[in-house]
Design a protein around this ligand. Structure first.
Ligand code: URA
Length: 146
């Protein structure tokens, strides 16, 4: 399983590792709840550098970084991809549809099942999204169990 997030935040920038802050702790718990310990998952981001002041990635930044993301996915050749948040879902699915419309079903990226869901940082702000995220993770589990 490969999990794709948006961009490093301040904690990740310091550590040089993805998802090590609060959102990362929640991501770890969510993944574990469907049977994926962190060590069993490859985690990366669309952007490889932190946008100043945690602003959203700009289109040209996504364009610059996405060849690296795509080659990571090609090299790892995962059995499934979990895209957390708008930017990874839109980048990999080449669409501008909002995450609220993309989530809830299994898509395909270059022949690999791709499950989009809300970003864990969004979950920290909006706990009512826990349930849809849980349902998306069940979808992911079913894909990998098939
Ligand atoms: N949010 C992300 O999208 N990626 C990280 O690595 C950390 C927080």
């Amino acid at each position: 399983l490969v999990v794709v997030g948006e961009a490093p935040g301040a904690d990740e920038d310091r550590a040089g590792r993805p998802f090590v802050g609060r959102a990362g702790k929640l991501l770890d718990q969510l993944l574990l709840s469907v049977g994926f310990p962190r060590e069993s998952v490859y985690i990366c981001n669309v952007l490889k550098c932190r946008p100043p002041n945690n602003r959203n990635p700009l289109p040209d930044e996504v364009q610059c970084c996405s060849p690296f993301l795509k080659s990571q996915l090609e090299t790892i050749a995962p059995r499934a991809v979990l895209a957390v948040g708008t930017f990874p879902a839109q980048t990999l699915l080449n669409t501008t549809e909002p995450i609220s419309r993309l989530r809830g079903k299994v898509h395909t990226y270059e022949g690999t099942p791709l499950v989009p869901t809300y970003h864990p940082a969004a979950l920290l702000r909006n706990p009512t999204w826990i349930r849809p995220v849980w349902e998306d993770l069940q979808r992911l589990r079913a894909v990998l169990d098939a």
